[in-house]
Design a protein around this ligand. Sequence first.
Ligand SMILES: [Zn+2]
Length: 416
Amino acid sequence: MHAPASRPPVEVNGRTYRWPACPTVVICFDGCDPSYLEAASAAGVIPTFDRLREEGTWASALAAMPTFTNPNNVSIVCGVPPAVHGVSGNFYIDRETGEAVMMVDATPMRAPSLLAAFSQAGASVVALTAKDKLRKALGRDLSGIAFSAEKADTATAAENGIDNLAGLVGRPAPDQYSADLSLYVLDAGIRLLETRRPDIMYLSLSDFVQHKHGPEEPEALAFMAEIDRRVDALITMGALVGIVADHGMNDMSNADGSSNVVYLGDVLDKAFGPGRIRVVCPITDPFVRHHGALGGFVRVHLQQPHIDVSAVAEFLRNTPGVAMALLREEACARFDLPEDREGDIAVIADRGIALGARATDHDLSQLAGQRLRSHGGLSEQTVPFILSRPLAPGAMPSGSLRNYDIFALALNGVEA
Ligand SMILES: [Zn+2]
């Protein structure tokens, strides 16, 4: 049974959330740059989104920096930026030991999620992800249902709060490298809404399609149309639906189709001597092949104490393709990042350019001849922010809207 709306609000990470008055579904539309909505709208394939633009809440928000999947998913479910929850990439370099520490499970999280807090307060909560790597973080301390489309076939009641998903969804788990991975998440959400009517659902998709296809390509338009139908189904069943993205997506290729990459590792080796400065690409993902570990944000770690960090930062600022090179304290203050997991210098690329370590560190054959499309920098920070219902007067915050405000506005800002 759906709990009554008179339950007390839930406080987590310094924010207060009203108890959901109806099933509240937040979709993290992975890699949904606003340009995908514009192109699909112009092509006439997303009537539900077009309707929400008129009847619901339609805004833009800023994603958390760096504009990667994990930091933003964790920010969205915690309602706060990486400075608070600690997840600022797929891995970080331990500043004491120099070791790379993965941030793909729940261990690096320093803050509770609002999903966990609601589940502990007695709400029925569901967290579904496309890729399994996010499932542990999103399902941390959650007593409810948490599984990934990727590993749906092996979900168990003990581990995931549910089993026999092929029976529920009507098909086996999809391939990890497919558009269907995202659609499966939505289909499972629709079936769970039908059969269990949870109070809160978080549905996190995959950016497989956006990494491979620009907004106007037929594959992207077909994908948008499939998403649109499923959003409509969720709304039709009475859910309040919120949609944000974890990051946008940009083409980072030259006119001839080759990748437009500045290999900062090589550039810094040449300028300051080999092996003295380490470039870390926190987009590097041991599970995914589609972006060659290249994006618009890298961290620079000085390997020797006598190198002048300001001189390196100044050199980076004058390097073509670099939009910004910020010293750690400055980067953390500006982008709400955790200082102990930041490099000595945070480097952000110009729009349309990817930053790499050394050329030999990256396997561009992963792209299989396709144009490089990726994210990570400021050019991918603007994302859609959509609610299926209008906000109450005065509910829109006066400052800049963040993607991790979506639960707050869905639960507190919409008139019941
Ligand atoms: Zn993503």
